[in-house]
Design a protein. Structure first.
Length: 226
């Protein structure tokens, strides 16, 4: 862990506990060492602020490059926070963006670190859980890393719509971590689309169980477009 990450976690972690009283369940299920994938639901913008602060280990994750290129005091503070907690900026537009994100995740895992990912690919438009994209499965099978599912509960009440400042009276936030999922039985099958879908669906099933969300067998991006 970097000095800046420890400083952010000490300062903002304490503030988080005071303002939102987060209840964290199962954090001990995150292995203490080695490559790990954290995969969960995505309700609102502050999910990416909450997860690094409640995890036992530093979490590295992909974020929009615009989060670190802003100007003014707000832009500098956002860049300082997100790069400090482990965000890796990537231009995710188009096919090249998807490949870049996948290769970045693989590099993090090959280094024995924790990589966080939202399999839905974007925030839920209505609070329901949408179909997962198979990048999570490819990462797990390419690296052999276990997948720890997690669920954010209540963050959408604290920050409805994913924009603006969080509401101090939005209720209590809960973060639930499930048991690690081992997909070593599929070793060498990271190009089999049926295996990739089966692994992804198993992860999403666990996320659904932890979150209690209604599941929609449709990609969230398609639901937003509609």
């Amino acid at each position: 862990m970097t000095t800046r990450f420890l400083l952010i976690k000490a300062l903002l972690g304490s503030l988080l506990r005071v303002l939102f009283r987060p209840q964290v369940e199962g954090a001990e299920r995150i292995p203490g060492s080695g490559a790990v994938i954290l995969a969960g639901n995505h309700l609102t913008f502050i999910d990416s602020m909450i997860l690094p602060l409640v995890s036992r280990r530093q979490v590295f994750f992909i974020g929009k490059d615009e989060y670190v290129t802003g100007t003014g005091l707000k832009g500098r503070l956002m860049a300082w926070f997100f790069t400090g907690v482990g965000m890796i900026p990537v231009d995710r537009d188009g096919a090249r963006g998807g490949v870049a994100a996948l290769m970045t995740g693989r590099r993090v895992l090959d280094e024995g670190r924790v990589f966080g990912i939202y399999p839905e690919g974007t925030r839920s438009p209505d609070g329901r859980l949408y179909r997962g994209r198979t990048g999570i499965a490819r990462l797990a099978l390419m690296t052999g890393a276990p997948v720890v599912p997690f669920a954010m509960i209540g963050t959408d009440r604290v920050q409805p719509g994913g924009s603006g400042l969080p509401r101090l009276r939005g209720g209590r936030i809960r973060v639930r971590f499930g048991e690690p999922l081992d997909f070593s039985r599929y070793e060498g099958m990271d190009r089999d689309r049926y295996v990739l879908r089966a692994v992804t669906d198993e992860v999403m099933s666990e996320v659904m169980r932890l979150s209690g969300q209604e599941y929609v067998d449709m990609y969230a991006t398609k639901a937003k477009a509609a």
